[in-house]
Design a protein around this ligand. Structure first.
Ligand code: 4NP
Length: 168
């Protein structure tokens, strides 16, 4: 994968890479490119499992995201060992994804790259009670709307964190 040497590289990870992380990827592309103007960003997403490999995002996620102006273009792929070296920030959607990533991580020095996206939600946000992005796959429309709400509310904290880290 050619991720570009000078980019800040951010990977969003959920279980299947068809609902939460594809939405996170596109919301980040819009919000972080606004916040970190002038920085070159490489933003991608992946899944813990390979069950949906090669597939576009779930039609329900595509629909709800499009209603809010986000056009999902992801193609599902599983996390690869190489991702831990390639990416600067690896953001898990829930506790299970986080623990799976820690287990897959090939080197101690890469562990600090792995974080939970919800840890960046500001304490004064309406969504501050969420410590995970809940899996919407087996539920209804409200679940997909909630995913987008939580993702949107985490992006400004993530952008500030990346800015502070001062990568260029
Ligand atoms: P995601 O949602 O992890 O947000 O992409 C899911 C997609 C597929 C499955 C579970 C969650 N699945 O069991 O196939």
């Amino acid at each position: 994968m050619n991720t570009g040497n000078l980019s800040i590289k951010i990977l969003f990870v959920c279980l299947g890479n068809i609902c939460r992380s594809p939405a996170a990827e596109e919301i980040a592309r819009v919000k972080l490119n606004q916040m970190l103007e002038g920085q070159s960003l490489f933003i991608d997403s992946a899944g813990i499992i390979n069950f949906h490999e090669g597939k576009s995002a779930d039609a329900r996620m595509i629909h709800h995201a499009r209603e809010r102006g986000y056009h999902l273009k992801s193609v599902s792929r599983p996390v690869q060992i190489d991702d831990f070296e390639q990416f600067d920030f690896i953001l898990a959607m829930d506790n299970r994804n986080f623990l799976d990533l820690i287990e897959l991580c090939p080197r101690e020095e890469y562990r600090a790259k792995i974080m939970k996206l919800c840890s960046f939600i500001s304490s004064d946000s309406d969504f501050s009670k969420y410590s995970e992005v809940p899996d919407p796959y087996y539920g209804g429309s409200e679940g997909f709307e909630l995913v987008i709400d939580i993702l949107e509310s985490s992006m400004s904290g993530l952008g500030q964190f990346i800015q502070k880290k001062g990568l260029s």
